[in-house]
Design a protein around this ligand. Structure first.
Ligand code: NAD
Ligand code: TYD
Length: 361
């Protein structure tokens, strides 16, 4: 029989470890939990890699229930010591290497952080919780990319077989399997959610939408991979954070939830829409930004289509996206245009070297 889970009702004060909280999605999850649950102690553990930025949490960093722990999940001893010291009762695990293109140039880094880093957290939880599973939860945040690629029709459901194609998705699939295995073998209470492509404020400009916003502002080429007819299913990041909150509190142990907004876009159509919005916002003539579109060499192993069937989380937890794609994209563009300084900071230094390597020839 399934264990019913309703964490909030069972325990008033939680001590939640959120990993990767200085990153894109993690920062929105940390903010939501800090604001919504002042009784919870939130521990944001992050190594502050190129993708982590404490600026993302400037507005909440002085919250009395907030603690930042600079640590690397690849360091098993350090992670165990932190579990010992702070006695977390739950984990929301987002820390990861997250960019497919980087996984193609450095797959081992993805294996280390995404697989071994996750195992270090699992081992620490297993050791410190020591079979006292009551009110404990290891919530692993994963991606729809573990399912591989779809043809023209069909959707990924929670029953779809894993079939990862990139080193990134292979590392995430592997970490999902280890989480599940620790549940089956040792009884560790876990939940996994697999979400589609996120977009919104604070996303590092290596991913499609913020990269293209930045390039449009700077009137630089928009490098579209292959024929641009690849399809992704886009979700506003705050709607993902809301889904994580719901699954954390109301989800069932040992369950997987697919999260997505039934919002498929071919890259080229999305880019055209983004160009139109940007022309409007920047006071440029319609069609000006679209002239920057440049078809470039395709990504190796490029998955053709992702699309999530989010029926389960909708029916069982009552979740659905709160904004349409057009609304979310406009909010996102406004955020980047209002936060030039943030964009300037994250695109200085190492970003320039990355850009040169990724987009030369
Ligand atoms: P991100 O790259 O923006 O942030 C990752 C964070 O993890 C950064 O703050 C980084 O400093 C931290 N980190 C990296 N390596 C670490 C290490 N060894 N120790 C401690 N911290 C480390 O990623 P994101 O887009 O916010 O994704 C967060 C999670 O959500 C990932 O697990 C990703 O696989 C998953 N996910 C992302 C998307 C998406 O569209 N971005 C979609 C579905 C699932
Ligand atoms: P991305 O944001 O990297 O997310 P993911 O690969 O995890 O889905 O890419 C989204 C889509 O945009 C994907 O089909 C690859 C494509 N893309 C480009 O065409 N050009 C680019 O410069 C980037 C970064 C992505």
């Amino acid at each position: 029989m399934k264990m019913k889970k309703n964490i909030k009702d069972k325990m008033g004060n939680r001590r939640i470890l959120i990993t990767g909280g200085a990153g894109f999605i993690g920062s929105h999850v940390v903010r939501l939990f800090l604001n919504k649950y002042p009784d919870y102690k939130i521990y944001n553990l992050d190594a502050l890699t190129y993708a982590g930025n404490l600026e993302n949490l400037k507005d909440v960093e002085n919250a009395p229930n907030y603690n930042f722990l600079k640590a690397d999940i690849n360091n098993a001893q350090e992670i165990e010591n932190l579990f010992e010291k702070y006695r977390f009762d739950s984990v929301i695990h987002l820390a990861a290497e997250s960019h497919v293109d980087r996984s193609i140039t450095d797959p081992l880094a993805f294996m280390k952080t995404n697989v071994i880093g996750t195992m270090n957290l699992l081992n620490a939880a297993k050791k410190i919780w020591d079979g006292n599973w009551e009110d404990k939860l290891f919530y692993h945040i994963s991606t729809d990319e573990v399912y591989g690629t779809l043809g023209k029709t069909g959707l990924f459901t929670e029953e779809t077989s894993y079939d990862p194609n990139s080193p990134y998705s292979a590392s995430k699939a592997s970490s999902d399997h280890f989480v599940r295995a620790y549940g089956e073998t040792y009884g560790l209470p876990y939940i996994i959610s697999n979400c589609s492509n996120n977009y919104g404020p604070n996303q590092f400009p290596e991913k499609l939408i913020p990269l293209f916003i930045n390039n449009i502002v700077e009137k630089k080429a928009l490098p579209v991979y292959g024929d641009g007819k690849y399809t992704r299913d886009w979700l506003y990041v705050i709607d993902h954070a809301i889904a994580i909150d719901l699954a954390f509190h109301k989800g069932e142990i040992k369950e997987t939830y697919n999260i997505g907004g039934f919002n498929e876009w071919q890259n080229i159509d999305l880019i055209q829409l983004l160009c139109e919005i940007m022309d409007k916002k920047l006071g440029r003539s319609q069609g000006e930004s679209a002239k920057l579109i440049t078809f470039v060499k395709d990504r190796p192993g490029h998955d053709k289509r992702y699309a999530i069937d989010a029926t389960k989380i909708n029916k069982s937890l009552g979740w659905k996206p709160s904004v349409t794609f057009e609304e979310g994209l406009e909010l996102t563009v406004d955020w980047y245009l209002d936060n030039e300084e943030w964009l300037k900071n994250v695109t200085s230094g190492a970003y320039k070297d990355y850009y040169k390597t990724q987009y030369s020839d």
